[in-house]
Design a protein around this ligand. Sequence first.
Ligand SMILES: NC(=O)c1ccc[n+]([C@@H]2O[C@H](COP(=O)([O-])OP(=O)(O)OC[C@H]3O[C@@H](n4cnc5c(N)ncnc54)[C@H](OP(=O)(O)O)[C@@H]3O)[C@@H](O)[C@H]2O)c1
Length: 325
Amino acid sequence: MTTSGAIQKRSLGHTGIEVTPIGLGVMQFSGSRGIFRLMMRDLSQEQMNVIVKTALESGINWFDTAEMYGSGRSEQGLANALKAAGKQDDEVVVATKWSPLLRTAANIPQTIDDRIRFLSGYTIDLYMVHQPWGFSSPEAEMDAMADLVKAGKIRSVGVSNFNAEQMRRAHAALAKRGLPLAVNQVQYNLLHRKIETNGVLEAAKELGVTIVAWSPLASGLLTGKFHKNLEMLSQAPFGRRMRLRRSIQRSRPLVEALEELAAEYDATPAQVALSWLVNAHGETVVAIPGASKAHHAEQSAGAMKLRLSDLHTAKLDVLSRAFRS
Ligand SMILES: NC(=O)c1ccc[n+]([C@@H]2O[C@H](COP(=O)([O-])OP(=O)(O)OC[C@H]3O[C@@H](n4cnc5c(N)ncnc54)[C@H](OP(=O)(O)O)[C@@H]3O)[C@@H](O)[C@H]2O)c1
């Protein structure tokens, strides 16, 4: 593997909050209740502890969770695991999200104490509006978020799944309160490059907002494991199985190229895919791969030591251009 020395941290937007280019997404800690029954399997607290400990030991310094991930289950599992790993509050960065579904901005101050309770002692370094689906405007939501910063309940504000216009409105509303918009967390991976053509990436670069890439491994497809062993698809929970099955043929040439490059760099296809993602646009993009096993987290963190040549970066760009629209 080509190493690029010590892991350089990046600021979340203009907040000065420093994170490693790769964090750990812990939607996998949601449990399998409600809608997650179709997408997740249950993990025990012991399994979560090992995943988080491995991520930390592999160099990851931040974690992404959400209210929506099991109504506090993922947040609580993460906090317990950080505690079990002996981490103090100021040694890690924690991001979580408010769920706007069927709610107005008035719910933001009403539910923040639940988030704080579930994270039991770990500061909310970044608080995001999970989707642009709330009954209130982005301006009203950002105002409520800014109040939480002023009250010392959260450190910074972000959005998730906002389009370019919504993101610009959120940025402007926070600017009026003297705060930066830290991030827009959106789906971004080599098989889903829409933010490059719909104005989101361009706006992020212009406004100095960090893009946090969710599903950076295309739900595991970019690891190549499903292409190698179609049987594995039938073991995935129903919702994911359907989604993955639809993409398997179309993604095969790209996954084969990832495998070739992985062999060349003594890395894995997942590491090649993640390295491309967090380095193709300077420091604008960071990624939060998920893990249901400790070795997933270890491998994802290992991508931070891999630097692809310009030629190989361009090769992956060309091979995945079809996924830009
Ligand atoms: N803001 C939003 O709307 C939003 C939406 C979705 C996700 N997210 C965030 O983004 C994070 C990541 O997204 P994601 O989990 O959907 O997708 P992902 O990171 O693309 O895929 C994660 C899955 O890939 C597989 N995997 C990872 N590393 C592997 C390895 N080295 N070898 C083999 N398999 C590996 C595992 O699948 P198996 O578990 O099947 O083994 C793992 O659960 C989530 O945890 C969450 O924090 C945010």
